[in-house]
Design a protein around this ligand. Structure first.
Ligand code: IVH
Length: 689
């Protein structure tokens, strides 16, 4: 594979994305369906992370079939399917101390814990095997299932019963229903012996112990599984009718007492330093352990906190995996090019002598920004160390200074935009140089238009990046609103354009007209406001509900003492930078003009909260005001949304409930005036938990 990630051509980006998606599906199949992978785990992780990163940066590319939407591969034929009572999800990853710190900070924020409150973590080895759910009813092992796609797995009960580590019966005070989840794995010595015997019999050996374990458990002939001497570690619970204590540690102890082996060494830590020390200890121990591990898993020890933290997408918020680092390689840096993004950011890209890192050919790598080039003193012609670990986009880590040519001179970062020649400036506190050309910079204006029509935004069928460029060059579209006047103003010019026939034009106009009605979140996303991705756009749309409210609030928020400003800053995931970008965008006259023009062409659908079940909050619009004591706003909001409520930032006649914490001020007053029901924090807790 070759990485064309830095090709600005969006068409290529889509092709690249599709190729990546297909590749992951292919490797998923080899791994889960055939137990015969062609690439290492580290390589696979990188592919996945690259896809995730691409989707984060370009949500318009994401498809429903994306592997990021699934936990593993669909179950294969031959085994009965089992639907998990509680989905078997995956783990998020952290790759360094900083990301680990962020993981802990997110938890602190979510649970609204004060900075001095101890967060106890239990760390244990991440076993490189395959996960399995064991179901005990009245103490008897009644079912064992693979993870499958996380929701539906395969029935491997008979095979699992051959594993000596797994009790068939557990005694003592036991919950009526107990699901023990854990990892089936093969010890290194067993793996070596198995491969030797396979080779002696002219059979292909397994690539690693994990594949050997997976291949051995999915044998239709149970006798074969039995000869393979598999092992098991228990690490989590699925459905249970009673809890096993108050902490993860308690539940480990109980599981151990019932005979489920636990992965060691493990440890309780409550500081970043302690966790990192344990991580490094495990990294040192790794080669000497009798089984393979590929990282360390951190779990919040308190089970009540685990419960409150819950899940996001395909992973729990209360746990994460810290993988051991992946590969690095040395290559030559041929050139540094500057790319201009949609928001004017100038990104230096290293053009490299192609090299294979972790099975992938890398020819471009990011240099992030001017500071990084200076800090690492990267010069054209240097030998550089690149890595693909953690970050999906390959990075230049450092220069091999000993190999530098004497005539290599420091790189001079351009002070002007390479596309429009406007001065490039750095905002205070920012490391990024930006082109100051704004909409006058072709690169930015065209990129914004491309973004506007893209999948996650207006998704105008048939209006790809190439067409945007063509129309732009002909002067037919300068800003997004122009798209909606194409039919009225430019029919004749369009029909004389190369490649446009009557029918294709009619199709294009139909596709444009189809999008004259647009959900509010897509509209916001389409505006291409700096830092406002798909998720932030959704959040904004759920808080403000409609365009008018959003515009008014943003105009008021220009005053940092205003309620509107604080409201905005209080929104989960919206920090000071996004706040600044939103306010700047909506107070810029040129943008205001475009938004007004667009509004004239469109019907923007207000945000509708999803209706979930029969919760008393389903379909209700609620507003939180004042400070909550038992939880953060983020947690309260996530809870409310999970129960089907729409959380809004301002009180209106449409508000169903206002949850007033302490110091709730003007909003509670407004609610009172409007006759909206006001709940205290404890009343809220009662209906929501
Ligand atoms: S805890 C809700 N602990 O890693 C998920 N998982 O990459 C709780 N794994 O799906 C999982 N060792 O198959 C946990 N000590 C450990 C683990 C572990 C290996 C696997 C597990 C998980 C995968 C995620």
């Amino acid at each position: 594979m070759n990485d064309t990630l830095f090709n600005t051509d969006q068409e290529d980006l889509k092709a690249y994305y599709t190729q990546l998606e297909k590749k992951i599906v292919y490797h998923d199949h080899l791994y889960h369906g055939e137990d015969n992978p062609e690439i290492s785990d580290a390589e696979y992780d990188l592919l996945r992370r690259e896809l995730e990163e691409l989707e984060r940066k370009h949500p318009e590319l994401k498809t429903e079939e994306s592997p990021t939407q699934k936990v593993g591969a669909r179950p294969s034929k031959g085994f009965t399917k089992i639907t998990h009572a509680i989905p078997m999800l995956s783990l998020s990853n952290v790759f360094n101390e900083e990301e680990l710190g962020e993981f802990l900070e997110r938890i602190r924020r979510f649970l609204n814990l004060s900075p001095d409150k101890k967060i106890e973590i239990i760390a244990e080895p991440k076993i490189d095997g395959l996960s399995c759910s064991l179901r005990y009813e009245q103490g008897h092992l009644v079912q064992a299932a693979t993870r499958g796609d996380g929701y539906v797995g395969e029935d491997i009960t008979d095979n699992v019963k051959t594993i000596a580590d797994i009790p068939h019966e557990i005694k003592g005070t036991i919950p009526d229903i107990l699901e023990v989840r854990g990892e089936i794995y093969m010890r290194r010595d067993e793996f070596l012996a198995l491969n030797k015997s396979l080779e002696d019999n002219d059979k292909p050996p397994f690539a690693n112990p994990r594949n050997a374990a997976a291949g051995s458990i999915r044998q239709l002939d149970v006798e074969i599984t039995k000869q393979r001497n598999l092992s098991f570690f228990g690490y989590a619970l699925g459905e249970t009718t009673e809890s096993l204590g108050e902490t993860q540690h308690d539940s480990r102890t109980q599981l151990k007492a019932w005979g489920f082996p636990q992965a060691e060494p493990s440890g309780l830590c409550s500081t970043l330093e302690d966790i990192m020390a344990l991580y490094h200890d495990l990294e040192t121990l790794r080669p000497d352990l009798p089984y393979e591990i590929d990282g360390v898993v951190y779990k919040i020890n308190r089970l009540d906190w685990q419960e409150r933290l819950g899940f996001v997408a395909r992973a729990p918020r209360w746990a994460t995996a810290h993988k051991f680092p992946a590969e690095k390689a040395v290559t030559i840096l041929h050139d540094i090019n500057i790319q201009v993004g949609r928001t004017g950011a100038l990104t230096p890209v290293a053009r490299l002598e192609p090299i294979t890192v972790g099975g992938v050919v890398v020819s471009n790598a990011t240099l992030h920004n001017a500071n990084e080039i200076e800090r690492k003193d990267v010069r054209i012609g240097d030998h550089v160390i690149i890595q693909r670990a953690g970050d999906v986009i390959p990075q230049v880590v450092e220069v091999v200074v000993e190999k530098r040519h004497t005539n290599a001179s420091p790189f001079v970062f351009p002070q002007i935009c390479p596309v429009c020649s406007s001065p490039a400036e750095r905002e205070e506190g920012s490391v990024v140089f930006r082109c100051t050309g704004g909409m006058n910079c072709e690169a930015q204006a065209v990129e914004r238009l491309k973004h506007f029509v893209s999948k996650g935004a207006f998704d105008i069928e048939g209006m790809g990046k190439k067409i945007v460029e063509q129309f732009w060059e002909k002067g037919l579209i300068k800003n997004p609103a122009d798209i909606f006047t194409l039919e009225e103003l430019h029919q004749d010019t369009l029909s004389s354009l190369e490649g446009w026939k009557e029918l294709s034009l009619q199709n294009l106009f139909r596709a444009i007209n189809d999008k004259r009605t647009i959900p509010f979140n897509r509209f916001i996303f389409g505006l291409g406001i700096r830092q406002v991705g798909d998720a932030t756009a959704k959040r904004i749309s759920s808080v403000y509900g409609d365009l008018e409210t959003l515009q008014t609030e943003m105009e008021q928020a220009i005053d940092p003492d205003s309620d509107a400003f604080n409201e905005l800053l209080n929104i989960d995931d919206i920090g000071p930078i996004v706040t600044h970008d939103l306010i700047t965008f909506f107070n810029d006259q040129r943008n205001q003009g475009i938004v007004t023009q667009l509004n004239g062409h469109l019907t923007i659908q207000s945000y509708e909260a999803p209706i979930i079940g029969d919760s008393p909050l389903a379909g209700k619009t609620i507003v939180f005001t004042g400070s909550l004591e038992k939880m953060s706003r983020a947690e309260a909001k996530a809870k409310a949304e999970s129960l089907g409520a729409k959380v809004s930032g301002s009180v209106s006649k449409k508000t169903d409930y206002v949850i007033a914490g302490t110091d709730s001020g003007s909003k509670a007053k407004k609610a009172q005036d409007l006759g909206v029901i006001i709940l205290t924090e404890s009343e809220w807790l009662e209906i929501s938990y």
